[in-house]
Design a protein around this ligand. Structure first.
Ligand code: NDP
Length: 474
């Protein structure tokens, strides 16, 4: 008997993915650079299904049925290349290598092209949901060739999360499309987390509420349109008490957010594509600001608003819910625009509605409102922005007064709300009839003769700023 699929790299993610496969009745070959992890897995969880432990790469490959399906779950970057270099010579045309790590999509494109020349299908698959997701059903975003999806899709869909019986896994598009979408997923995750953190900060410092009370507010919100995994775990974290001190857990954690880099990638690529993902960028920068302890210490004496916090004349809690929902719509609208831009740039033909479908379960940003996003793209696959979809337009129309009050309150109280305020600025920028970009064009023409276009005539023009200031056609 041979294994249907193999997993190499048996740290938390690979181990749980292998167990998930075995639990679904798929005989799975397991391999790790250091054999101890392989042994441990089989000793501890061997009863869960059929495992083929392999000590060497050759044994591992020999235990796979053909065409071979081999999943790599190692540290992204150099280690992934090292593992590919080790296994590729042992494979034959038609075999498939799946990289389930958090690879940069450009690396995936490079690897896919190189392996395609040797007849090997390389599938960059974004996997979200952390170690729990890997074990109980992640959201899976596989790229690569359609042929490889025919052979891999049923297995991956089988172990993915399901919502209403629909698997949270679909073929995203060729080569790096899967890892690109996973990257944007993580960028949206950064934005969502930042917005939730700002909501907490406003309720804590603006409304003077205690973490336990705020946890209850989040539990309530989780029952409504904001219902999502991130809101749910926020309530859990806020309700948690530190055992050592008896204080709220949030008060004993150092307030410096760390990052592994996928949010930064999202913003870097958005800059290259010219897509304004300001919500994601603000979230990445907010983490950087929080982490710069030296700068923050040096700036501690900067003056802020004086006097006690004014009692807001309205319900800050209700307003913050509105601001959070509206800002979240903006963050997702921006992320989906980045997916559309990447898809156009690389010729991936990604279906945005399908992406919202596979994010409904398993992944970190799973949320009720992804159903709404699916409906929006099903109704109009080329929707220029989620914000102009009828449902979201209505939601923002209903939220905007509260959203503006929240941004004003945050500003007056000196509570930073870069996510809320940049989302609002983006919204107002989109809907503006005239933007001051006209002035920027004038400045560019003045100092660099960069020319400008006119509202009333075709062509490019330049003013002789250093001369008689007459206009010339360029
Ligand atoms: P790690 O990223 O911590 O990587 C550890 C694994 O990589 C071990 O199996 C290790 O082998 C192997 N490895 C490292 N260097 C090499 C090398 N040069 N050659 C061969 N093997 C090597 O493991 P995780 O399980 O946390 O993550 C795996 C992948 O999944 C990563 O790309 C990660 O970004 C991604 N991911 C992680 C998530 C998470 O929640 N942790 C969520 C989604 C994706 P050894 O035991 O011999 O050291």
């Amino acid at each position: 008997e041979l294994a249907r699929i193999g997993v190499t790299g048996l740290a938390v993610m690979g181990r749980n993915l292998a167990r998930n496969l075995a639990r679904h009745g798929h005989p799975v070959a397991v391999h790790n650079r250091s054999y101890s992890r392989t042994k441990e897995l089989v000793e501890e969880f061997g009863h869960e299904g059929t495992f083929f432990p392999a000590e060497t790469a050759e044994q591992f490959v020999a235990s796979l049925e053909r065409p071979r399906r081999l999943v790599i779950m190692v540290k992204a970057g150099g280690p992934t290349d090292a593992v590919i270099d080790e296994f590729a010579p042992l494979l034959e045309p038609g075999d498939m290598i799946v990289d389930g790590g958090n690879a940069h999509f450009a690396d995936t494109r490079r690897r896919e092209a190189a392996l395609r020349e040797r007849g090997i299908h390389f599938v960059g698959a974004g996997i979200s949901g952390g170690e729990e997701g890997a074990l109980h059903g992640p959201s899976i975003m596989p790229g690569g060739s359609p042929e490889s999806y025919e052979a891999l899709g049923p297995l991956l869909e089988d172990i993915s999360a399901k919502v209403d019986g629909v698997p949270c896994c679909t073929h995203v598009g060729p080569d790096g499309a899967g890892h690109f979408v996973k990257m944007v997923h993580n960028g949206i995750e950064y934005a969502d987390m930042q917005l939730i953190a700002e909501a907490y900060d406003l309720l804590r410092r603006g409304a003077g509420m205690e973490p336990g009370e705020i946890a209850e507010v989040f539990r309530g919100w989780n029952e409504g349109r904001l219902g999502s995994y991130l809101i749910e775990i926020t309530a859990e974290v806020l309700a948690h008490t530190d055992a050592a001190t008896g204080k709220p857990f949030v008060d004993v954690v150092t307030d410096q957010a760390e990052q592994k880099g996928t949010g930064r990638w999202t913003v870097q690529i958005a800059l290259d594509l010219g897509v304004p993902v300001s919500g994601i960028a603000e979230a990445v920068f907010a983490r950087s600001l929080s982490g710069d302890a030296g700068l923050r210490t040096a700036a501690r004496e900067l003056p802020g608003p004086s006097g006690a916090l004014a009692e807001p004349a309205y319900s800050l809690v209700a307003d913050v819910e509105q601001a959070l929902y509206a800002s979240k719509i903006v963050a997702y609208a921006q992320g989906f625009n980045q997916i559309q831009a990447g898809s156009a740039e690389y010729g991936w033909s990604i279906d945005p509605g399908a992406m919202s479908t596979i994010w409904r379960g398993g992944c970190i940003i799973r949320a009720k409102f992804l159903d709404r996003i699916k409906q929006a793209y099903d109704a109009a696959p080329n929707l220029p922005s989620l914000l102009v979809d009828e449902y979201f337009l209505d939601a923002v129309r209903g939220a905007q007064d509260a959203w503006r009050r929240v941004v004003v309150t945050a500003t007056q109280l000196g509570i930073p709300a870069p996510g809320f305020s940049s989302a609002l600025a983006y919204y107002d920028g989109l809907r503006a009839e005239r933007l001051p970009a006209a002035l920027v064009q004038g400045q560019r023409d003045f100092f660099g003769a960069h020319t400008y276009r006119r509202v009333d005539r075709e062509g490019a023009f330049h003013v002789l700023w250093g001369g008689d200031r007459s206009e010339v056609a360029s």
